[in-house]
Design a protein around this ligand. Structure first.
Ligand code: ACO
Length: 349
């Protein structure tokens, strides 16, 4: 049976290390609060005006392609997952196609936030299984620090997020002892605004139930970005942390078990869980709930914060580099985030 395998993996994090103490210089927070609630010690920020989400994605992609033994000319399709694209449109996929001087292959952007990489993996896996493509470049990258509120008002969100990129090259395999065994995707839009970056956007206040039909809107020339949004500084992500935490700790175990059971495995068969690095407390809760040993779960949020679509490939890459994911291992990738969307992938490395 044809399925996809990760033939090469790479990650890139920018050089600028921002500690919790650094953040206390611009907002009312503390190293103690951040570590106690999230486990994060430091995160990386991209170099302003020198790096971008797509440039970080390209850096990770080059390493992934080198590890897979392929070049840009071999890639048949690009999938780019991010919530912090260089431009509102076009997406980052085409910017990667241009930067790497690829053929005029298809480029798809995925907007599923923290589960974007898993969604992208599922899409890529289907294209490989169907025989349509032989080398798919899948990237997850974020430049969060360009869009965060560094005043005390934004502290509950800002301290959590960091920048970085991870990438894989997917190729077909007929070896039943390797590759992506299955992927499982879910969503519940009931919670769409619980973790959201609402402005600018075409909603025009629709989600608030406000009547925005007025001459002044036409005069302004559009309601994507209004003076009101700017005056109220309502231009940043917002999150109801406790609501996110409550559902995340339910959905992570569910979707991990779904992946194992779909393939006839149990918890004891799992060699490594790579959870989306949302919050160390969430990972610890999931580990306890599933009774996983320390050596069955990989966490690196302490160094990078939550890098959303980049977190799973960065963690998988580091786990592989550290020898914690080895050939033949049963590995589960799982993510939960804004939407809410969540998903998992079970693979034999
Ligand atoms: N520094 C200091 N104090 C802070 C900070 C901060 N950075 N942020 C919030 N506080 C304050 C609040 O203002 C509040 O003060 P008050 O009691 O005087 O009103 C107090 O700390 C407690 O705030 P809560 O929001 O109730 O704190 P909580 O214990 O829920 O922790 C946190 C907040 C860490 C966000 C938690 O809810 C959480 O982990 N939620 C999950 C969110 C998450 O992981 N999101 C990312 C994953 S999802 C994804 O990846 C898309």
């Amino acid at each position: 049976m044809l399925r996809s395998k990760i033939a090469g993996i790479g990650h890139y994090v920018p050089d600028w290390v921002v500690s919790n103490d650094d953040l206390t210089k611009v907002m009312d927070t503390s190293d103690e609060w951040i570590q106690e609630r999230t486990g994060i010690r430091e995160r990386r920020y991209g170099a302003r005006h020198q790096e971008s989400t797509s440039s970080m994605g390209v850096a990770a992609a080059k390493i992934a392609m080198e590890n897979a033994g392929v070049g840009p000319e071999d890639i048949d399709f690009v999938i780019f997952a991010t919530l912090s694209p260089d431009y509102y449109f076009p997406g980052c996929g085409v910017l990667v196609q241009r930067a790497l001087k690829m053929r005029d292959v298809g480029a798809l952007d995925v907007r599923n936030q923290c589960s974007g990489f898993i969604y992208g993996l599922s899409v890529g896996d289907q294209f490989i299984r169907s025989g349509m493509y032989k080398n798919i470049l899948l990237i997850g990258a974020e430049f969060h620090s360009m869009g965060l509120d560094f005043s005390t008002r934004g502290r509950n969100v800002t301290v959590i997020f960091g920048d970085g990129a991870g990438a894989v090259v997917l190729q077909p395999t007929e070896d039943e002892n390797e590759g992506v065994l299955s992927t499982h995707l879910h969503s519940d839009g009931e919670y769409a605004e619980k973790l959201a970056f609402i402005n600018p956007g075409s909603h025009g206040g629709y989600h608030l139930g406000t009547d925005r039909f007025g001459y002044e809107d036409l005069e302004f020339g559009g309601v994507f970005l209004t003076p009101k949004m700017w005056e109220e500084q309502d231009l940043f992500p917002n999150m109801e942390g406790q609501a996110v935490f409550k559902i995340a700790v339910q959905k992570f175990p569910e979707v991990i078990m779904e992946a194992l059971e779909a393939n006839g495995y149990g918890i004891s068969d799992l060699d490594m869980l790579i959870p989306h690095q949302a919050n160390l407390r969430i990972s610890q809760f999931v580990q306890k709930r599933l009774q996983l040993r320390d050596d069955q779960v990989f966490n690196n949020i302490q160094k990078y914060g939550n890098t959303t679509a980049a977190s799973v490939p960065i963690a998988l890459c580091e786990a592989w580099q550290e020898g914690k994911v080895k050939k033949g291992d049963l590995v589960c990738l799982a993510a939960f985030g804004s939407g809410f969307t969540w998903g998992s992938a079970l693979l034999r490395w």
